[in-house]
Write a protein that binds this ligand. Structure first.
Ligand SMILES: Nc1ncnc2c1ncn2[C@@H]1O[C@H](COP(=O)(O)OP(=O)(O)OP(=O)(O)O)[C@@H](O)[C@H]1O
Ligand SMILES: [Mg+2]
Length: 288
């Protein structure tokens, strides 16, 4: 299995999110921005964005999801109708819409989303010719400071193009889902090199928030082996919580619901609730 380099620098210390719901929180408070990235397709980025966001919102923090993937899976997973995607990430990136207008509420209290509309597919190409093309999202998300948002989760596409670079430049930290399968670490060196380049040129403080193992199948020895291998290499950067392969998790998006709303008692929901708890404790520890 390839052995990528992982910079162990911690996620930046910041005050824990406001447990009272964030409304009217301290003026100027900046949200914690997490890019959920892995250029490998189908590893659970979107599923993690949707369900981690929902589990965080359930703890009464205010969460914003940015759907930065032209596939629009996060928007679909929240049940956002096509017609409601006219105010979208594309218009946010192009400066056509401020964040306050691009973000729309979801069925989850305290959770809003900037959906991905059809135009986002062209953004990758169009961005190339624009000024400060890597910093478009950073600029757009500046408006979130002081707006009462505690966490921003960015669902990245399965590529390391300009959209993902925009996410890495705008984020404080990267959360990397790894699927429990033999080629889990394939391509991670490439992601790490991209993170290094972004640190060098745009965002020196970019941290690794953590690695989350997804689609773990307890009946399959390979899942165990991959999990052990990833832990022995990445150490405490790997969350203790492992997301199990769970049919309810895969069914939920077709109902336009996060799994926590679809079946709160299933193993997948419990795992995402546990992951949110780990992430919140991670912040408290770092901020203490
Ligand atoms: N824990 C899980 N149990 C069962 N199925 C899952 C689980 N997590 C994700 N899936 C399914 O695996 C597929 C890929 O997941 P997902 O869309 O979250 O990956 P992704 O990394 O966002 O993919 P892409 O790279 O295409 O954006 C989806 O069909 C999803 O429903
Ligand atoms: Mg996805």
């Amino acid at each position: 299995m390839p052995r990528p380099q992982l910079d162990a620098r911690p996620a930046p210390a910041r005050a824990p999110a406001d447990a009272d719901g964030g409304a009217g929180g301290p003026a100027g408070r900046a949200p914690h921005i997490i890019a959920i990235a892995n250029q490998k397709g189908g590893v659970g980025k979107t599923t993690t964005a949707i369900n981690l966001a929902t589990a965080l919102a359930a703890t009464k923090v205010r969460v914003l999801v940015i759907d930065l993937d032209p596939q629009g899976n996060a928007s679909t997973g929240f049940g956002i109708a096509r017609e409601a995607r006219r105010q979208d990430t594309y218009r946010l990136l192009s400066g056509d819409l401020p964040l306050s207008q691009a973000a729309i509420p979801t069925q989850v209290p305290g959770l809003s989303i900037v959906p991905a509309g059809v135009d986002l597919a062209g953004a990758e190409v169009e961005l190339v010719a624009t000024e400060q093309r890597e910093q478009r999202l950073t600029e757009a998300l500046g408006a979130a400071t002081g707006a009462g948002v505690d966490y921003i989760l960015i669902d990245c596409p399965p590529a390391l193009g300009l959209l993902t670079i925009n996410a890495l430049v705008a984020a404080h930290a990267v959360l990397i889902p790894l699927q429990c399968e033999f080629f889990a670490l394939e391509g991670i060196s490439h992601l790490m090199r991209t993170i290094e380049r972004v640190r060098g040129r745009f965002n020196p403080a970019l941290a690794i928030q953590g690695i989350v193992l997804t689609m773990f199948d307890k009946r399959n020895n390979l899942s165990d082996m991959v999990a052990q291998d990833v832990r022995s290499y990445f150490g405490d950067k790997v969350y203790r919580t492992v997301i199990p392969r769970n049919v309810r998790v895969s069914e939920a998006p077709s109902h336009g619901k996060p799994v926590l709303l679809y079946d709160v008692g299933c193993a997948g929901s419990k795992a995402y609730i546990q992951l949110a708890g780990e992430l919140i404790r991670q912040h408290r520890t770092l901020a203490a």
